[in-house]
Design a binder for this molecule. Structure first.
Ligand SMILES: [Zn+2]
Length: 99
């Protein structure tokens, strides 16, 4: 028997769900400002949202606190369990250049 799985239409780039992210051991999110010139980023916990939510579903919910732009680019925070320090967030930014 196939599991209950809704067909997902190919609407551009679909991001993974929080459940898929958690299954790979990641519990945090990196939220980047959608404006690459701003590049403001914050690290948050994903614990408040259920497993079926996609990272792309959350992107429209964020407003940048630095420039006020609506929308964000959300990625799994692979360093979620390390000490949250400002300089670590900056080094993560340098490592994860936008596509
Ligand atoms: Zn911004």
């Amino acid at each position: 028997m196939a599991a209950m799985r809704e067909p997902t239409p190919p609407t551009g780039q679909q991001k993974i769900t929080l459940g898929e992210m958690r299954s790979s051991g990641v519990r945090g999110l990196l939220v980047y400002c959608a404006d690459y010139r701003c590049a403001h980023a914050v690290r948050i916990s994903a614990d408040r949202w259920p497993d079926q939510i996609r990272l792309s579903d959350l992107e429209a919910l964020f407003v940048c606190q630095a420039c006020g732009r609506r929308g964000a680019d959300i990625r799994p925070d692979w360093d979620w369990d390390t000490q949250p320090k400002a300089h670590r967030a900056l080094s993560a930014l340098a490592r994860c250049t936008p596509l």
